[in-house]
Design a binder for this molecule. Structure first.
Ligand SMILES: C[S@@+](CC[C@H](N)C(=O)[O-])C[C@H]1O[C@@H](n2cnc3c(N)ncnc32)[C@H](O)[C@@H]1O
Length: 244
């Protein structure tokens, strides 16, 4: 016991504590990341299984693609199934925009945060075995890209809209873009639905609540939650919704 204590005392140099803290932080991050992959893998499996089984056509459209984790998970499902679906990545590829509304306020949403260049994104996709002609990237901030697309511009037929752009104003622009493209049976998923600020309803959830209030012809049926912050919905026409 004494020998052990002597050795332990010798090992504790001034650099020991910060080194241990770094290791613990690294391990915690690795565990969080592994859980994030597993949970989303299961979500994508369920969503694409439901599309196939129910005969729902349409593309995979992602708003917020950054490091390509969710894009790769969606690709794994699409490439393993019969129904062909194009994939779309809408991102500034230079990180989050500046906050433009009080509901964008959040300790983790900072201008330029979560940036991956489009070249790095293509590299990530290539390493994962994705051919360049299997997907499209649309570079730029949504208020400059999505707002310029006409209702008839592709992508028009969407099975899964995966919204992972965190902020209220980004999500609001995305939902306005999706409005003419909504169809029965598609799924709209929000990666950060339960991220909110300390004193108000904000972020993706606020954008959806306002959207549904303004567009009462559509209902979003709660489908699956995933992870600690994700929620998804199946789209239904309000006139067809039966009381539960
Ligand atoms: C949380 S990250 C996406 C993570 C990604 N799904 C993954 O699995 O790696 C959020 C992304 O949304 C993008 N983003 C947020 N608001 C945007 C906007 N208004 N226009 C374009 N891109 C936006 C950011 O550039 C960032 O890459």
């Amino acid at each position: 016991m004494m020998i052990f204590l002597e050795r332990f005392a010798k090992a504790i140099t001034p650099a020991w504590i910060p080194r241990q803290l770094r290791r613990w932080k690294h391990r915690r991050r690795a565990t969080d990341l592994e859980a994030a992959w597993q949970i989303r893998r299961e979500f994508f499996w369920k969503a694409f299984k439901a599309f196939d089984y129910n005969g729902i056509s349409g593309d995979y459209v992602e708003f917020g693609s950054h490091g390509g984790m969710t894009f790769r998970l969606a690709f794994d499902q699409i490439s393993a199934r019969k129904i062909k679906r194009r994939m779309w990545a809408f991102d500034s590829f230079c990180g989050l925009p500046e906050a433009s509304a009080p509901a964008d306020d959040h300790p983790h949403w900072k201008k330029g945060g979560l940036a991956t260049s489009v070249e790095a994104f293509h590299r990530i996709c290539r390493v994962h075995g994705m051919k360049r002609d299997a997907y499209s990237t649309v570079e730029g901030f949504y208020d400059e890209t999505l707002t310029k697309l006409a209702d008839t511009d592709a992508p028009v037929d969407i099975a899964l809209a995966y919204i992972d752009c965190d902020m209220y104003s980004s999500t609001k622009t995305v939902l306005d873009f999706l409005l003419p493209r909504l169809k029965h049976g598609m799924i709209v998923a929000f990666d950060d639905y339960y991220c909110w600020s300390a004193d108000q309803i904000s972020g993706e959830r606020r954008a959806l609540l306002e959207f549904l209030e303004a567009n009462t012809e559509w209902r979003f049926l709660q489908y699956r939650d995933f992870g600690w912050a994700g929620e998804s919905f199946v789209v239904e026409r309000a006139e067809q919704t039966l009381t539960e």
